[in-house]
Design a protein around this ligand. Structure first.
Ligand code: PLP
Length: 356
């Protein structure tokens, strides 16, 4: 039996979006696909609040993260890590032979603008990577304040992992000055996993053209070329079913629910979850001001048996999330993202309360 997914992605997907996956195929070198990809790009630009070019990738978000460090680092990258996915950025650079420094905080803490300033001031870096919303710790980083610092270093490209927040939280890419902003389908966008997308500036693409060994599949210059010259096509055969579903879901987000209403629903669900945790004698891993609107990491201060609770939740028809990696047992996570209805979140919280 399918369980209700309270893990931070993949998420429950609306039936009409699932049905869109069964749309008959069209060719990937046709006018129809260009029209489809153009419409998706236009709508993603609204979602990202950007005029930049939108690239699609028939992979999960990690593919575009790997492509980004590879395509844009000429000198040295610095990764500001606040958890498992920040560490992944660094790993992606290392395993591709790209010079990188990782600045990792103790899990539960954010990336502070002063630290970004300190590292960028060394002049050692031409790329810096930030996780907007760290899914392992439930930290949402202060990107507005980081963006202020970044103004001092306009030549250092800013790559942002917005995998678990874009579509659930307003990220004004152009106002913040983000050069490359990446997200995946299976989190706040409310689609199945298997596609990801990034916004990219023309300046970043121009720079990438001078960088060797960018690889092939995730090369931003190639992806960009196919959008600009074909136009709106994909270098290889894309996941066309994802494109049908994404097209439908973007219209739903922008025109039916509305962006502001969607952000407000996420913020309200985050508050409900945080209050539930505090009212039940737990603490939150993230400090005030840095708490995610899409996933809450609850500190297991009551020393409950988290694995047993996961099992009990499973028997009730819910997939619950233990803590990530070293935080397993010490924390557990509650996702409140995508098209989750607040009343279903409340049912889930009530179920958890009854098991404590
Ligand atoms: N970054 C964050 C913050 C994530 O939560 C995830 C996935 O959970 C990733 C990156 C990796 O994305 P994907 O699984 O789409 O490759």
């Amino acid at each position: 039996m399918a369980k209700k997914l309270f893990i931070p992605g993949p998420v429950d997907v609306r039936q009409e979006v699932l049905d869109a996956f069964a749309t008959p195929m069209i060719g990937h070198r046709t006018k129809d696909i260009s029209v489809l990809q153009e419409r998706i790009s236009d709508n993603l630009r609204k979602l990202f609040y950007t005029e930049n070019t939108i690239l699609l990738s028939s992979s999960s978000g990690t593919g575009l993260m790997e492509g980004a460090v590879r395509s844009f680092t000429a000198k040295r990258a610095v990764v500001f890590s606040v958890g498992a996915f920040g560490n992944r950025w660094a790993q992606l650079a290392e395993t591709n032979g790209i010079p990188v420094d990782k600045v990792e905080v103790e899990w539960g803490n954010p990336t502070l603008p002063a630290v970004v300033d300190e590292y960028l001031a060394t002049g050692k870096y031409d790329v810096f990577c930030v996780t907007h919303n760290e899914t392992s710790t439930g930290i949402m980083n202060p990107v507005e304040a980081i963006s202020e610092v970044r103004k001092k270093y306009p030549d250092v490209l800013w790559l942002v992992d917005a995998v678990s927040s874009m579509g659930g939280v307003k990220i004004d890419v152009d106002k913040l000055g983000i050069d490359v902003c990446i997200t995946s389908t299976q989190k706040c966008l409310g689609l199945p996993p298997g596609m990801s997308m990034a916004s990219v500036t023309e300046e970043a693409i121009e720079k990438a053209k001078g960088i060797k060994n960018r690889g092939f599949y995730f090369d931003y210059v190639t992806l960009h070329k196919f959008v600009k010259t074909k136009p709106y096509q994909y270098p290889t055969t894309p996941s066309i079913p994802h494109m049908f579903a994404l097209d439908m879901q973007l219209k739903y987000i922008l025109e039916e629910e509305g962006q502001e209403a969607r952000y407000a629903r996420h913020a309200a669900m985050a508050k409900t979850t945080q209050n539930w945790a505090l009212n039940n004698g737990f603490e939150l891993l993230a400090g005030e001001g840095y708490r995610s609107n899409t996933v809450t990491t609850v500190k297991n201060t009551r020393d409950i048996d988290v694995a047993a609770l996961v099992k009990e939740a499973g028997a009730e028809g819910y997939l619950m999330s233990n803590g990530y990696g070293s935080l397993k047992g010490k924390t557990f996570r509650i996702a409140h993202m995508a098209d989750r209805k607040p009343e279903v979140l409340q049912e889930y919280l009530d179920m958890l309360t009854s098991k404590l």
